[in-house]
Structures are given as C-alpha cells and as structure tokens.
Design a protein around this ligand. Sequence first.
Ligand SMILES: Cc1cc2nc3c(=O)[nH]c(=O)nc-3n(C[C@H](O)[C@H](O)[C@H](O)COP(=O)(O)O)c2cc1C
Length: 251
Amino acid sequence: MTLYEAVFKRRSVRRYKKEPLPPEFFKNLRKFELGLQPLNSAIPYSVEIIDALSQETKVRGLFRVKAPYYLVFFSEPGEEAEKNAGYLMEQLVLYLTEKGVGTCYQGLAKLPSIPEPDGLKPLMVLAFGYAEGELYRESFKARRLSLKELCVFREPVTDETRLMMQAARLAPSAMNGQPWRFMVYQNRIHVFAKKERLPFSRFTAFDIGIVLCHISLAAEEVWRDISFERREQIAVKEFKNNQYFLSIIFI
Ligand SMILES: Cc1cc2nc3c(=O)[nH]c(=O)nc-3n(C[C@H](O)[C@H](O)[C@H](O)COP(=O)(O)O)c2cc1C
C-alpha cells in the first residue's frame, strides 16, 4: 500500500490491542520522519513518542482514546505552524496506516508535563497502535459531504483534478467538521474554510493542512506538479461565510 492508497483506506481507530510494536517499527518511523515534506520549511517542529504500555502515562482529556502509544507533535503556535503541523502529521498518519497501525488524532488531549524540545509547544497528539477490530474502511463508507457540497467547479475539469478532490474529501477533520471549501478551475484551486465559532475554529488551520496533504499525494499520483500560494487579491476580499486560506496552482 502507498500513502496515496492509504488515503482511501484510513479511518480513525478508537480501540487498540495492548500490544507493543516491534523496535524495528520505531526505527523505520524515525527514518520516515526525516523525509517528511513540510509546507513551510522555516517552521521548526519535533515529534516525540509516549510509550503508554511501559510507563504510566497521564494523557487525559475529553474524547481521549486509550492507546498503547501517543505521538506528540511540537511546534510554534499560530496559523502557519498549525497548517504545517496538519500537513506533516497526516503524512505520519498515512505512513502508520500503510504499515498496518491504527491512528486517531486527539485534539483535546491533555498531556503530562513532558520536556518541551527547544521551547516548542505541543500542537497535536496522535494515538496509535495495533487496532482491536477494523483498521481499514472502504472509502464509500466514510461519512463525508459530497463533492457537490464541498466544491464549486467554475470550469469543466479533468478526471485528474476530480481525483484530487476525491482525495481531499476523505481527509479527517476535528469532529468531522470538514471545514474546507474549494473553488475549482482548470489550472488552480482556491482553498477556503467555513468561518466557525470556537471550539470548532480552533482546529481549522490544522484541518486545512491535512486536506492539503491529501491533495498533494493525489497530485503526485497523477504526475501533476502543484504549488501553494496565497493570492493577496483574494485574501483582502471579505467573504461572509468563508475564510480564504491559499490557492493550489497547477504548474
Ligand atoms: C484536528 C483533529 C482533532 C481530532 N480530535 C479527536 C479527539 O479528540 N477524539 C477522537 O476520538 N477523535 C478525534 N479526531 C478524529 C475525528 O473525529 C475523525 O477524523 C472524523 O470524525 C472523521 O472520521 P475518520 O477519521 O474515521 O474518517 C480528530 C481529528 C482531527 C483532524
């Protein structure tokens, strides 16, 4: 299975076996982590693993999932870093899925006091381990809005662009809020998010990072080069229900 294929198979896993993962797995995870592609390479980050099987852990919080391991993603606070974090963490999620390991984001997890590398703050926690029950799900079973609800197609688009939007549609989001909206042209996609109130809005930038990861993987799959840019002429406009994030340009 590739990362792209994992997009169509992944689901959140909320029940785990109390079983350790082999040491080799953690070595390979660290290797994969070194090759992660950031959205913004200027933003520092660090990934730490909490082994909840061999140490008494105090990961708590609302909607917390009990898992043998937790991955903690540290970075700077702020919208850019959160978007970058979603983009990077989803690569890790899909890698773990591909390796037969279940995952579930833990947006409201409360961490024990663990050392914060280089003054970075924990931005997100991911529960992971061997799944008790189903690890994969057929994509048609995912509860998601339709492409019609998510996208405005301003021009007729190719099958490749539609595939990219299908991959976007399956992205996970906090409380399955699916905040992203897309304005799709032949050579570009403008990415917006629904304006939301707290607590939903807290994860919007992170969710946008996740969806951009899915779009990037699908673009790679169909041999299409893309770049991300913020168009100031759109950014300055006031939209009633949506917030503009960035545009995906087909090179
Ligand atoms: C930023 C973020 C935070 C999340 N926080 C939690 C959480 O605290 N507890 C939980 O059980 N699931 C959490 N989830 C998982 C979502 O509920 C899940 O991805 C969504 O319902 C879609 O379901 P799926 O992942 O099975 O496709 C979170 C997901 C994201 C992206």
